[in-house]
Design a protein around this ligand. Structure first.
Ligand SMILES: *[C@@H]1O[C@H](CO)[C@@H](O)[C@H](O)[C@H]1NC(C)=O
Ligand SMILES: *[C@@H]1O[C@H](CO)[C@@H](O)[C@H](O)[C@H]1NC(C)=O
Ligand SMILES: [Cu+2]
Length: 308
């Protein structure tokens, strides 16, 4: 183990392009669910570069899964914040490793998708329908989602939508490194899938995309030279409107949620104009423990029938 770690460190020094990463731990409402628990992790931390390969679904193809594959299914109340944690190797956090959680040469977006499944431990993942619930791209200072993930010691936090149906899901958390992406194949895709049981929720069925299929080698977010001043970056996959055909939207791409329970892909509310935050929302028998603050939160609960 020690020898392996030193070798990995040497490789990282010699060629940062070989210093990769693995999503390997999940926290629900801040509670650690256990190292490698409920996540299909490969032993090797290398990327997938062929966006048409089935390996882009949940990895595990050219990077075979660590055995035994965890049979745990992580319980997540809909609406909960979850934190995905990446590290350079399956050994986990290593403050002495300058390439942990990933080598800083690796610039690009971080994203999270969900797919509803009958059985979260079923290893067949082809044909699933995915919806993006979170993305962190590039801000106007050309600071990337991966830069923020590194600054946060490998952790990214987002919420499970509170209006989606209860049931078992795969949570696909993905980081794309663009340091070699000026030609295709070149972008490095790193993804793993966590096995979830989502409880509560509602009845909203988000618009979905397929993997492979959601990305193409000519996408502006996949084939891109990042060694220049970029006015914007188009994150691949579903756009904010959850409409795969309208992904050419410009502007800041570091916002929180792509599929939003009160967004365009949710059932149309009876009132068309969004209420300004300062106007009190009509009470909709929300639980006493409903978080306060964001007006959008109230709208989520109202729209989802208060089942959370
Ligand atoms: C879920 O899939 C796993 C792996 O194929 C299998 O062992 C298990 O029996 C399945 N569970 C149910 C409830 O079908
Ligand atoms: C995106 O913004 C850039 C620079 O501001 C501009 O050149 C480009 O035309 C915009 N693209 C779209 C689709 O609006
Ligand atoms: Cu790498």
């Amino acid at each position: 183990m020690k020898g392996f770690a030193s070798l990995a460190a040497l490789c990282a020094l010699a060629n940062p392009a070989f210093a990769h990463t693995i999503f390997q731990e999940l926290y629900v409402n801040g509670v650690d669910q256990g190292h490698l628990t409920g996540i299909r992790v490969p032993d090797y931390d290398g990327p997938i570069t062929d966006v048409t390969s089935n390996d882009v679904i949940c990895n595990g193809g050219i990077n075979p899964y660590h055995q035994p594959i965890s049979q745990a299914i992580i319980n997540v109340p809909a609406g909960s914040p979850v934190t995905a944690e990446f590290h350079h190797t399956l050994a986990g956090a290593d403050p002495s490793d300058s390439a942990d959680p990933v080598d800083p040469s690796h610039k690009g977006p971080v994203m999270a998708y969900l797919a509803k499944v009958n059985n979260a431990t079923d290893m067949t993942v082809t044909g699933l329908q995915w919806f993006k619930i979170w993305e962190d791209g590039m801000d106007s200072s050309q600071v990337w989602g991966v830069d923020r993930m590194i600054a946060n010691k490998g952790k990214v936090t987002f919420s499970i939508p509170n209006c989606i149906e209860a049931g078992q899901y795969l949570l696909r958390v993905e980081m794309i490194a663009l340091h070699g992406a000026s030609s295709y194949p070149g972008a490095q895709l790193y993804m793993e899938c966590a096995q979830l049981q989502i409880t509560g929720g509602g009845s909203t069925k988000p618009a979905t995309v397929s993997f492979p299929g959601a990305y193409s080698g000519t996408d502006p977010g996949i084939k891109i030279n990042i060694y220049q001043k970029l006015p914007s970056y188009t994150i691949p996959g579903q756009s904010r409107s959850a409409d795969p055909t309208s992904r050419s939207t410009n502007g800041s791409s570091s916002g929180p949620s792509v599929f939003s329970c009160n967004g365009p892909s949710a059932p149309a509310p009876s009132t068309s104009a969004p209420s300004p935050p300062s106007i009190p929302v009509t009470p909709v028998s929300t639980p006493v423990s409903t978080p306060t603050g964001a007006a959008g939160t109230v709208a989520h609960y109202g729209q989802c029938g208060g089942l959370t």
